[in-house]
Design a protein around this ligand. Structure first.
Ligand code: SAH
Ligand code: SF4
Ligand code: F3S
Length: 448
């Protein structure tokens, strides 16, 4: 085993979704007892971990170019007699592990998302032999049980409660890279949330590829209710949710539970019923609009967010126009939008009517212009309001703090007294596309 007495540099680069952000933090936790501490650049690292994403072609290409860049750093360190272990983790490791080992001799080990608790052993083995690979033949439960206690470094934290996916949207690799849908047991989730609260965390975002499909011994709404009882936890959020899993009790909870923040990320992908069917999304546009209407009825100020794919195979101009119309009708506070990227092994990649890249680009630009306009309008609408801001750190300039609004906006405000974790009243004075700024008021928050 590696010697825990010698401090060692750890550099983790994270791509992809929040699941990977959570996993990177857990890898840091599992490596800390071996003496690994985070460093700012690969040149100072004894161990570099690339936590990769396979969702689109570009994301995958980035991994190989990053491995190429690391080669020079590794050679430099070897020349200095220091060495560097390169580990590839995440969804590309899971999907293309063998190819990475074949293509990239500088990579020492490849580890899939269910095997991070095995990292210490893998590193020790890689130190003896190059090109060791351990496939993810562990269940998620084994991983969660084997990971050490959390060591959060702020007042907000992710908590992964659900992994994998059984929905098989025809464009998506997640059911292949993350495996079958799995929910962590209720008691484990509550214990982890309590431990986070004890360490100063005030806001928890529950994570899963279909987080609202949670079924670990309680419904998702009941899990949120249980977490809201934990002393110290002031705010709860969740992502990513699937429209067909928006149950009546979950929608109702948005109007009942003040700790559940007025923000909902609910991917719709397309506004066209034809395209939604070809995507195997299991609902149509009317179903989505109905959910939004019901959430807005119980929580009128809810900020909405979504994911969109343009240029899915067979998407006609009219289908794209249906997406634009849905966006115009609903109005989003933020959104992610992507050109469709054919992924090996998925049904949509084999569909005949692939859309030319120029058409995808042109549609994406039109959609993003509309989404950005809506995002800016949503932010500007906060000017003049007093919002309860969770203080997360120091601001950009001296005399400023930084925090988060209930609507997940980033806020810089004038104040020096507030402590991280406080929730303070801030009058919003200005807004841009990406953030708000304002000044703290002396009184306590009036809005939950
Ligand atoms: N589980 C989530 C999505 C996870 S992937 C859900 O069902 O909503 C995050 C987003 O990436 C998806 O919502 C989708 O918009 C996008 N995406 C997934 N596969 C894609 C592909 N092949 N091409 C382009 N975008 C894709
Ligand atoms: Fe992918 Fe669909 Fe599962 Fe989301 S629900 S992870 S888009 S297959
Ligand atoms: Fe990417 Fe894997 Fe997340 S493919 S989006 S990192 S689940």
């Amino acid at each position: 085993m590696a010697d825990a007495r010698t401090p060692k540099g750890l550099f983790i680069e994270t791509y992809g979704c929040q699941m990977n952000v959570y996993d990177s933090e857990r890898m840091r936790d599992v490596l800390a007892p071996l003496g690994y501490a985070p460093v700012d650049k690969p040149d100072d690292a004894d161990l570099v971990v690339l936590n990769t994403c396979h969702i689109r072609e570009k994301a995958t290409e980035k991994v190989y170019s990053e491995i190429g860049r690391l080669r020079a750093h590794k050679e430099r360190r070897i020349a200095e007699g220091k060495g560097m272990t390169i580990a590839i983790a995440g969804c590309v490791a899971q999907a293309e592990g063998e190819e990475i080992i074949r293509r990239a001799p500088e990579v020492d080990l490849v580890v899939g998302p269910q095997a991070y608790h095995k990292l210490p052993e893998l590193i020790a083995r890689a130190a003896r032999k190059t090109g060791e690979r351990l496939a993810a033949d562990f269940t998620a439960q084994e991983k969660f049980d084997a990971l050490p206690a959390r060591a959060p470094d702020g007042v907000t934290a992710f908590l992964s409660i659900q992994e994998g996916c059984d929905k098989f949207c025809t464009f998506c690799v997640v059911p292949y890279t993350r495996g079958a849908e799995y929910s962590r047991p209720l008691a484990d989730v509550i214990a982890e949330a309590r431990a986070l609260a004890d360490k100063g965390v005030r806001e928890i975002t529950l994570l899963g590829q279909n987080v609202n499909a949670y079924h670990g011994g309680a419904s998702f709404a009941d899990l949120l209710l249980a977490l809201a009882q934990i002393e110290g936890i002031e705010r709860l959020r969740y992502m990513t949710s699937h429209p067909v899993e928006m149950t009546d009790d979950l929608i109702a909870l948005h109007g009942q539970e003040p700790k559940l923040m007025p923000f909902l990320h609910l991917p719709v992908q397309s506004g066209s019923d034809r395209v939604l069917k070809a995507m195997n999304r299991k609902h149509d546009g009317a179903f989505y609009r109905d959910i939004i209407e019901r959430v807005r009825k119980v929580r009128p100020d809810v900020a909405l967010s979504s994911d969109f794919i343009v240029g899915f195979p067979g998407e006609r101009e009219q289908d794209f126009e249906d997406t634009m119309q849905l966006v115009r009708n609903i109005g989003f506070a933020s959104a992610f939008s992507f050109k469709y990227s054919p992924r090996p092994g998925t049904p949509a990649a084999a569909m005949l009517a692939q859309i030319p890249d120029e058409v995808k680009t042109e549609r994406l630009l039109r959609l993003q212009a509309l989404l950005w306009e809506q995002q800016t309008a949503f932010n500007v609408a906060q000017v003049g309001r007093v919002l309860p801001i969770l203080v997360t750190g120091d601001g950009r300039r001296a005399g400023q703090k930084h925090g988060r609004s209930p609507y997940l906006q980033s806020v810089h405000f004038n104040d020096t007294a507030a402590q991280n974790g406080d929730i303070v009243s801030v009058r919003i004075e200005a807004a841009t596309q990406n953030s708000l700024s304002g000044a703290r008021l002396a009184r306590t928050p009036e809005v939950a």
